[in-house]
Design a binder for this molecule. Sequence first.
Ligand code: NCD
Length: 360
Amino acid sequence: MADIDPYAYENLCSLPTREKVTLFNKNDKLFHVIFAEQFDRELLETLCRLATKTRAISKSMDGSNFLRSLLRHKSAMLYFTQPSTRTFLSFVRACQHLGIVYAEVRDPRISSALKGESDIDGIRTFSSYFDLIIMRHHESGLAERIAFMMNDIHRSIPVISGGAGADQHPTQALLDIYTLIRSFEKREGGIDGLHVAMVGDVKRGRTVRSLSKLLTNFNDIKITFVSPDEFKIKDDLRHVLAARGVEFSETDDVADVLESADAIYMTRIQDEYDESPGESRSVDYSKCHLTLEKVQYMKDSAIIMHPLPRRNELDPRIDWDKRAMYWRQERNGMWMRAAIMAYLFNVDAKILEYYQDNYL
Ligand code: NCD
């Protein structure tokens, strides 16, 4: 890709995401992690197996020493200019599990951004010192643009998006798929044929958008989007689902899915993206709340997920219900993120071999 002008990126913006996927590969292998569209079923299942083996190995002293020896020569820059607790910390811990050293910039006011430096130049600077950039930014196209630029510079390093505005959150979707696969591992057909309900601000919830796209890789998935009218999914997602043959419907009341859903994926109102002050406050969200009373109607085998943080859409008393999966979901995120980094840095085969030699 040496002859692509990074500032010609605008010309590519209008391409459908699926057509951009190969731009983010290197030697036909995933290099940057920017979109859910980069993952097919085979890669998803590979990463889930890798995450499970990595976490099993980490449980012993010898195993965790082995993991920490794998990427001691690598470094990561965490550039998170939007608020984050789980994504940031799970990446930090995932780096530590693999021996990756890391640094962080979370407040652009203490970086050269204040001197008028552009994000592009600032992030390009990271590539002089680090081997990986993990970034979260309010501008939805920035990670994509940076990744595109990385392809064309002398010291090209991978970019992982930890959340791109209201558009996508690919690593959250990976850990959500990992959670679904683990939760339904004993079910005949695994996650094929599941009915997944996505509840809340499904218009601006980037986790919902990315997870819906990943679910299109599985068979006979049915999705119901539950939201107030003001926060219904956007047409682009409707088109993706229709083009991939996924059955989906929309409603405004979570009561409609309680009895049939296998997984209820709760989300909060994304009011940081309000276009006018108080926009979200005027919306009645109560039919999108999951209460102790409502969970009684759910299947015994169903699970409740939430990317967190939560507000009042998910009653904390539900945490003691065996179907509540969100705390395990966030833990799964750390192992999935370790798996992604192991995969990008090509130490996945070493992990599988260690597992084979010591655990089978
Ligand atoms: C989500 C996000 O940042 O999009 N959080 C997370 O990464 N676990 C969900 C949210 O903020 O509502």
